[in-house]
Structures are given as structure tokens and as C-alpha cells.
Design a protein around this ligand. Sequence first.
Ligand code: UFG
Length: 333
Amino acid sequence: MASVLVVGGAGYIGSHMVDRLIENGEDTVVVDNLCTGHRAAVSDKAKFYEGDIADKDFMRKVFKENPDIDTVIHFAAYSLVGESMHKPLKYFDNNITGLIKLLEVMKEVGVKNLVFSSSAATYGIPDHMPIKETDPQNPINPYGESKLMMEKIMKWADEAYGIKWVALRYFNVAGAKPDGSIGEDHGPETHLVPIILQVAQGKRDKLQIYGDDYNTPDGTNIRDYVHPYDLADAHILAMNYLRDGNPSDAFNLGSSTGFSNLEMLKAAREVTGKEIPAEIAGRRGGDPDSLVAASDKARKILGWEPKYDDVHSLIETAWAWHSKHPNGFDDKN
Ligand code: UFG
């Protein structure tokens, strides 16, 4: 039976991916350097290696010890838009070097399938909504630029070495495994949904909403929220698509429904029954007005059917995680 290697499998999305693969009966190997990931987030049923994908000797050992790996699913990258504006070289060094070294070793050992986490951030400021895969990609931050460069690197690696890839361009990811056993745990936290829920828990005084003068109906940014389980299911479909010998391609992953920051706050108040104090603050750099995915390509070609397109049910799953683990993976239970 073929095995799958998940790099970055101890992170927020990667750990949900590993959980789904195990549930699907896939033989799963995980690599993570634990710089932002959590060992406790990785299912015991996966084989875990701590190390860096840019360390070629280490990666050679992983492939050697697991000769049945035929597909790599890649989550091992830095992903904070705001931080990337201040530390662009950190992003280019880690994200791009990591991918190049990984591809070099994949070429050496003859592994030909790569499913890659790309991002809506590769589009920059779209001139219409929803965003299609064929729309221009002009990133407005180094994080998005690094992901676009990585897409291009994979394209040329396919041309030269026949390494096939699927780039999945995620929109905004939120939610957790419904039983609350794994979820989102960043330090420091910068994302909207976990911050709203930390206010609901009393861990923060109030939510600051970054700007209400955007070109949207209520003036706050609109985003398209997608659950990590739905993303994981899309990766499994993409892996099977590559295993079936299909050509390299890119797909948007979003629910195709936009919610403003104020609508997300309202929904979280309804789900939690908490007041959740909030105030309007100044704009944050690098935020486009709206980002909503056209996701019909993934639905049509991969057969993807996201199940969490109701934002209340998505927030409910995140709330289950935060309620059970108020201190994230530092909690023992
Ligand atoms: N926001 C607030 N207050 C906060 C935190 C966020 O108002 O305390 C707002 C942001 O300004 C933005 C929205 O909530 O309007 C969503 O912000 P997030 O930080 O949760 O997410 P981003 O849209 O910045 O970025 C996320 C991922 C990126 C990915 C992008 C794609 O972190 O990796 O979605 O849309 F590229």
C-alpha cells in the first residue's frame, strides 16, 4: 500500500489533514520541525519525524525508511501576512528554500506527486468577485509572493523532472475537529475567529475590528471561511487525482460565501451566548476589501463538496476546541 508524507503535519491545518488521512485508512508519515506546530496535535497513528524539510540528509532518511511514500502533502511554511511585511527575507528563505530542497530530494528518490498549500494571498487585490483560478496573481505581501513563487517553482520542476503537483489556494481557514480534540493554537494569535473566541472566554478584554471604512456593505472586510476538515478532504481528492495520473493544476478552496468581520462577530455571539465586547480600530496593512472564492473548479474536477459552508457550524467547532483547551495544546486533557 502506498504511503503519504505530510510535511508541516503538526500545524493547524496539517494536523487536521493527518487526522483525516488516518480516518481514511491511509498509511501516514509526518515531518515537522515544531517551530510553530505542536507534537500533541499529531495523531499517534501517524509515524512522526521531527526535523526540517530543508535538511536534505534528514529528508533522505525519512524517504529511505518509508519507501512506499508516493505523495507528499506540503504545509511546512510560514503563513502570517502581517509578519511577512516586516520580515520578508524570513518568508522567502524558509518557504522557498524549503520547497526547493524538498523537490531536490523528491527528484532523487523518484517521488512524483506533490499536493501544495497555496493561498488566496497570491491574488492580491482582485478587481472582481468571486475570484477565479485564471484571474491575475499580483500579491500585495511577501507571504503571498512566496506562495506564488513556489507555484512557479513547481511548474518548472514538473516540466524538467515530471513531478506533478496540485496547488490548493485556500481562503480563510477557521474551525476545528468537531470533538474539540485538536484545533488552532498560534502564539501569538493574530487570526479573527480565535481572537473573537478568546474574548468570549474572557482571555482578552475586547475584539479590535481593523477598519470599518472598506468598500463593503457594512464597511468591514469580507472573507470566505473554510473548515480545515473540508480542506483536508480536498487534499485527499487532489492526492487521488495525482495518483490517477492527471496533470498538474491549481484550485481555489473556499465556501464561495463571504462574511464581513462584523457578521463573524455576530455569529460568534449567537454561537457562544457571550457578549464579546468589540471596538472599531484603524486598518491593518495589507488587507484587501473582500476575498471570496469561485470554487466550482474544485467541485467539478476534484468532486469536492465542502460540508461546513454554514459559518455558525464552523464557529461551533472552533468553540468546542477553545472551550476544551483554554490554553491550547499546553492543556493536558
Ligand atoms: N481582523 C480584525 N481583528 C483582529 C484580527 C483580524 O479585525 O484582531 C480582521 C482582519 O483585518 C481581516 C479579517 O479579520 O479583515 C481576517 O483576518 P485574519 O488575520 O484572520 O486572516 P487574513 O485574511 O489576514 O489571512 C488569512 C491567512 C492567510 C491567507 C489569507 C487568505 O492567515 O495565510 O487568510 O485570505 F493568505
